[in-house]
Design a protein around this ligand. Structure first.
Ligand code: ATP
Ligand code: MG
Length: 379
């Protein structure tokens, strides 16, 4: 059995809510680790997990929002002599010339200060192995955490993604296309503690099962950050057929997106979700001018969160690569939004024209028909 010490950053400063955040994080870790974990518990402002396989746990913990860093550790009694022996045992056989001891005394009644612990343990390591201390660039760092009833010693720190535990922020609906942006937007919102429910619009009469597979694969990757996911696959063909008949081509994109937003409103109501999330980034493409976003978002009944609005494509791509969605996103596929639209869609839509177009179609009926033809997948 391997002991893992898990540290959270931000949730430690949440005042009265701290316990609620800690409990959620612990639940999420437990769920994620599954039967690889024998025990997961909160102790001394940390989470401690006892796991069978550290490498497997690492893959889960690296993707669990709310974790700052974690370490495979050894437990030792709160006694400086025992701590010294444990450090020597851990270092024995390791290849290093220089080292550094970094202690943290969370339990203030321990007789030595952090500095004194560093000096005392450091001197013992020098004596035992004849190696040198280096403060700036040691080959190995030994971390000692003094807690109330026991201490932990470790030499490796693995960094998590930070943020807040999922579900502490409530539910949101993400409009997920097959592109690079919206998966990144979903990830960023998950990282802030929200559970994301995915909605994808596709044209069933035109698009093959490859489109479906692509979306499912993206959702599968994202689901690892929140322990599972729900995906609404909405057949948008009825809406598109109607819009193509009545709306001039430069306005179609904006019209599609206004109806997508309204359908997402309905799904939000059903799911008791408190916001919509999109991958819009201001000015990135013609449909994402502020004038267009205003026209699109104004039909939303809950706030629209667009976490990429201030980002450059380069920054978005970097995150997409890190979270593992990039390679799937770049596979070519026809997004239904690009169906039968003008080469140059409007960038400053005229609200009067929008109203005119929408008065010529039965928007409510289209929404209801699309919702009836929606499939819900659980992953
Ligand atoms: P992405 O890379 O996310 O596809 P994009 O830069 O290609 O974004 P658009 O295609 O204009 O931009 O889409 C803007 C946003 O609208 C998307 O980020 C997504 O939130 C939403 N969206 C577009 N098409 C769909 C779709 N077929 N299903 C669900 N949401 C969509
Ligand atoms: Mg797109």
């Amino acid at each position: 059995m391997q002991l893992v010490i898990i540290h959270y950053g931000e949730i430690g400063i949440k005042g009265k809510n701290r316990e609620f955040f800690e409990r959620k994080l612990m639940e999420n870790i437990k769920k994620g680790l599954g039967n690889n974990a024998k025990k997961v518990y909160r102790r001394y402002g940390r989470i401690v997990a006892e796991v069978k396989d550290f490498q497997k746990s690492k893959m889960i913990l690296e993707k669990t929002p709310g974790i700052e860093y974690f370490s495979p550790a050894k437990r030792v009694e709160n006694d400086i002599e025992k701590i010294k022996e444990k450090v020597v045992k851990i270092l024995n056989g390791k290849d290093f010339e220089t080292f550094k001891i970094e202690s943290k005394r969370s339990y203030k009644k321990f007789p030595l200060t952090s500095l004194e612990i560093n000096k005392s343990v450091g001197a013992y390591v020098v004596h035992k192995f004849g190696k040198k201390v280096s403060m700036k660039s040691p080959d190995i760092r030994v971390f000692i955490e003094i807690c109330e009833k026991e201490s932990f010693v470790y030499t490796e720190k693995f960094y998590g993604i930070g943020g807040l535990p999922v579900t502490t922020g409530g539910k949101v609906i993400c409009l997920l296309s097959g592109g690079i942006d919206s998966p990144v937007a979903s990830f960023l919102i998950m990282k802030r503690g929200c559970k994301v429910i995915f909605v994808h619009f596709f044209n069933k009469t035109l698009h093959s099962s490859a489109v479906r597979k692509k979306i499912e694969n993206i959702v599968k990757i994202l689901s690892a950050y929140q322990n599972g996911a729900k995906l609404y696959m909405v057949d948008f063909s009825i809406v598109q057929n109607e819009i193509i008949k009545t709306v001039s081509s430069s306005y179609r994109m904006v019209m599609y997106r206004r109806i997508m937003t309204r359908i997402a409103n309905e799904i939000a109501k059903r799911e008791n979700a408190k916001a919509l999330v999109t991958g819009d980034s201001i000015g990135q493409v013609a449909s994402q001018t502020l004038d267009n976003l205003k026209i699109i978002y104004e039909v939303a009944k809950v706030p629209v969160l667009a976490p990429l609005s201030g980002m450059d494509k380069k920054e978005v791509i970097e995150i997409a690569k890190k979270i593992g969605t990039y390679n799937i996103s770049i596979q070519p596929y026809p997004d239904c939004c690009s169906l039968m639209i003008a080469k140059h869609p409007v960038t400053k839509p005229d609200p009067k024209l929008i109203n005119k177009f929408e008065s010529e179609i039965d928007v409510e009926k289209l929404i209801n028909q699309s919702l009836k033809k929606t499939e819900i997948l659980e992953m």
